[in-house]
Design a protein around this ligand. Structure first.
Ligand code: FAD
Length: 379
């Protein structure tokens, strides 16, 4: 048997870490290059639906995530002002039974740390910002900001919304500002005990031009988290996020329910982020280069499925390489795109429309999907 091709993954975010973990498990010598000098526990949460938990099972961290996360019994949607219930989507035991895995909410930093721990530490390189790639036809030469050069047989661009690999394939083009921003804050749940209010495990408060999604990010329910979506015509900051304030939150959500007012009162620090998008890309791969996650389909986070799509991509990419043989990488990459394009584009669209679970609907097309066993359709 010929030796497995050498793979480089650019970016150790959630998609890159999933791809690298699965590639290493499948026996590919896989190096990971991440621009950040280290990762910190940034104040943010994330939903992991059953569709993602099935990939986590394959990576071998499903049990740890289940212990670490909060397990909401329902996703509630409520009118932001009156508090009336608009939908009650059953999760908890129902999700395990009907969709084949748990639905959890976790701290993004805890999830990321666990995923990075699943990688071979000797193959993970921090402080390595890719500046250019050159596919010579026989291999790929990667150049980094620190002046170093590395080579690989295949390169996975998991380098996020401003991907260098995307730029190499498709040319320079900034992502589009969606006209929406998100605020993010973690709240010490101890503070909520002062209120005679019910702080539900997973609830989205809605109105036409704004919303607030709220959930616990730890299994012991010590940390509560909110992430907003607020229609905002312009974003004038160069940074990927800036500080917001309690006062700004009060002003924006002044008409919202007392539960939301209590969350704002308990806020210690809050950041705000521009929400960026791209239209579905015509090219996901070329030669020895292939894209995944936000590098090829960045979306508004309004379905809580952006990282989920990156992680699903990773699983299908590795399955496609295994099914076809990595030496036939063009066919393998095409098989991967064929099996991901429609789903990722649909999720991008629903996220853009911000309609997900606003009213009662069947979420099975998202949650029951199993990328680890789905039959791979030929291109
Ligand atoms: P990223 O996470 O962006 O990772 C890219 C990595 O590449 C980074 O570590 C970066 O440092 C590195 N990198 C970039 N350029 C280079 C370079 N030149 N060289 C080397 N390294 C490089 N998704 C969900 O599934 N559920 C949620 O609940 C959810 N909530 C969200 C809330 C908000 C407010 C936002 C903004 C997003 C949310 N998402 C959610 C979406 C999710 O965060 C992204 O879709 C996901 O992080 C994409 O993963 P990725 O690995 O493709 O990219």
């Amino acid at each position: 048997m010929s030796p497995k091709l050498r793979v480089a993954v650019i970016g150790a975010g959630l998609g890159g870490a999933a791809a690298a973990a699965l590639l290493q498990k499948a026996g590919y010598p896989t190096q990971v290059y991440e621009q950040a000098p280290e990762f910190s526990r940034l104040g943010a949460g994330i939903h992991l639906g059953p569709n993602v938990m099935k990939v986590m099972r394959q990576i071998g961290i499903e049990g740890q995530l289940e212990s670490m996360g909060s397990h909401p019994d329902y996703w509630f949607s409520r009118d932001g002002v009156s508090g009336d219930y608009q939908s009650r989507i059953p999760l908890g035991e129902f999700a395990k039974r009907e969709y084949g895995a748990a639905y959890i909410t976790v701290h993004r930093g805890d999830l990321h740390a666990l995923m990075v721990e699943a990688l071979d530490p000797s193959q993970l390189h921090f402080d390595k910002r890719l500046t250019s790639v050159d596919d010579t036809g026989r291999e790929v030469i990667m150049r980094f900001a620190d002046g170093s050069t590395e080579t690989a047989d295949l390169v996975v661009g998991a380098d996020g919304v401003n991907s260098r690999i995307r730029e190499t394939l498709l040319g320079e083009e900034d992502p589009t500002y969606s006209g929406w921003i998100a605020h993010r804050a973690i709240i010490d749940a101890e503070k909520l005990k002062a209120y005679d209010l019910d702080f539900e495990q997973c609830v989205k408060w809605w109105s036409p031009d704004k919303h607030m999604m709220v959930y616990y990010v730890t299994g012991d329910q010590h940390e509560y988290y909110y992430v907003t979506g607020v229609k905002t015509p312009d974003w004038d900051h160069a940074a990927s996020f800036v500080d917001s304030s309690k006062e700004e939150m009060r002003e924006i959500f002044h008409d919202y329910h007392p539960v939301v007012q209590a969350l704002i009162d308990c806020t210690e620090s809050v950041t705000k982020w521009p929400l960026l998008e791209r239209n579905p890309l015509p090219i996901w791969h070329k030669g020895r280069l292939v894209l995944l996650g936000d590098a090829c389909h960045p979306m508004k986070p309004h379905m809580a499925q952006g990282a989920a799509m990156a992680i699903e991509d990773a699983a299908v990419l590795v399955r496609s390489l295994e099914a076809i043989g990595a030496e036939h990488y063009t066919d393998a990459f095409e098989l991967y795109k064929t099996n991901r394009f429609e789903r990722a584009s649909r999720v991008q669209q629903v996220s853009h429309d911000n309609t997900w679970l606003r009213h009662d609907e069947d979420p099975a097309w998202v949650f029951a999907h199993d990328v680890t066993t789905q039959e791979l359709k030929s291109p």
